[in-house]
Each structure stands twice: as C-alpha cells, then as structure tokens.
Design a protein around this ligand. Sequence first.
Ligand code: MLT
Length: 309
Amino acid sequence: MAEAVSFGVLVLNQISKAGLERLPAGRYLTGKDIAEPDAILVRSADLHGREIPASVQAVARAGAGTNNIPVPALSARGVPVFNAPGGNANAVKELVLAGMLMAARRLGQAQRFVDTLDAAGGDLEKVVEEGKKAFAGFELCHQTLGVIGLGKVGALVADAAIKLGMHVTGYDPDITVEAAWSLPSQVQRATSVEDVLKHCLFVTLHVPLVPATRHLVGAKNLPLMQADGVLLNFSREGVVDDAAVLAALDAKQLGHYVCDFPNATILRHPGVIALPHLGASTREAEDNCAVMVADQLRDYLEHGNIRNA
Ligand code: MLT
C-alpha cells in the first residue's frame, strides 16, 4: 500500500525534474495549486508582498541569491530559507568568459552583420571580407581582469582567466580565510573597487545586492576605467548604476558593458551587451540547484535539520 502524502510543496516556477524527484510522490505532493503548503519552492518568483500561508514551514530557492525572498520576515516567523550557493557557479563562470569574448571579439555585432547580409542574399565572399575589416578584436591572453567579489563564482572566474593567460586582480573586503587560501596564488590583491577599476581592462562583479553594494560601480568611480574597458555584471542589476554606465559609454570612458539583465534603459546602446539572466541557465546548473534545495527541504521537513549546502 502506498504511503500517505505527508508534505505539500508549492512549486511556483519550473524546477528541474532531477530536483522534484528528490521529493518522492506518495510522501510529497508538488505543484502550483497547493492550498496549505508545508513549503514553497521557487526559482525567480518574487515572494515580496505575496501572502505566505501560515502552514509554510520552509521556503527554498533553486539558485544562489535570495533577493526575491523576504528573508527577514520569514526568519521572524521562524521559517528557514534554503538556497543553493555554488550550485550554478560553473555555469555563471562560463557565461562570464563568453561575455568577455563577446566584447573582445565583437561577436554580437558580427552576428547581426552576417544576418543582415544573408537575409539580403549577400555575396558571402564580400561578407567575410567586410566582416574581417569591421570586426577585428583583441585577445584575452595577457589582458588584465579585475574580479570584485571572490566568493564561489568570482574564484572560479579568476582561476579560468589565469588559465587563459590573463593577469588577474581580485578585491573582496569580506573574503573568508578558507576562500582566500583556495584562490590561485597568481591572483593579485587590490585594496579597493577603485584600485581594480583603474588598473584592469576587464572588470567583473560577483557580489550580492545588499545596501552596501547598491551602485558599487557608478558615476563616482566609472570614469576611472580605461576608455576601451569592459565592465561585466553577472551578479545583480542594482550593483551597477545604469545611468552612469550610459554616461560613461557616451563619454568614451568605457568601451562595453556586458550584463545579464535585459534592462530597457540601456539595452539599445551599441556598447551594451545584455542577456536575459542566463547565467544559471544550463541543464547542469538547474539540476544541481534543484537537487541541493530539494534535499535541504526534505531533510528539514522530515527530520528538522537545517543545513545550507
Ligand atoms: C542565482 O541567484 O543563482 C540566479 O539568479 C539563479 C537563476 O537564474 O535562477
């Protein structure tokens, strides 16, 4: 005889099957229409301002950040919030590398150029000839990269960039001793955000959005960057002041801004490469994050254990 369902988990986004399978049918009911859930599982759904039923004992986010969860209000109710730190770090690292290459090799513009001529039945030899002239780029090897935030993603980006032959400088006032020890020895240490902006051609941000990091890069320090510098933001939107980015691009104080947010204010600027928050969107990262949080939920609901992976 099948075991009776004991826990209802309200699932508000598409969550990988690998994760949902950790909450076995029979013991768990998962879905988007559960009236009195024991737990809520989300990816991007914003829970701020949304009524969270009194039955909820835990909330889980299948991702690293918890900006879409009212953590203090839930903590005050004694409801733990689980997340998946590091579960998508490799996926984000790979997209940061792609972002650097998109800017350095002008891949977005080159692709649009090919599409236009192809659609017009263009002469392929001419496309190649003109493309080579118009889109000559530069190599990452031997360039300088500044990594602001040396947590799980920042450390992976630093390591990959060193392997590509880049000179890497890191800055993180809150780095843990353990994280500092695990960084590659080639990573130079900067003393401030400004120090990084001044000395590195590429600068990538890997910090959470908290009051201290809102507009960490903005009008006060963006002009320190090199005229052909590339600023990459695959962390959170408010970490960079978009208006200041537009001003810096227009004033030729910055070459490119690569971000993982399709923000209407900036996205039509030719110096901006904006992606639709794809950092964590790989099969592997989605599975990892969903499995990590489903296991934590299960451990909490069934045994009362609180752990964050
Ligand atoms: C994260 O915080 O790890 C990402 O926002 C995850 C996602 O894209 O869902």
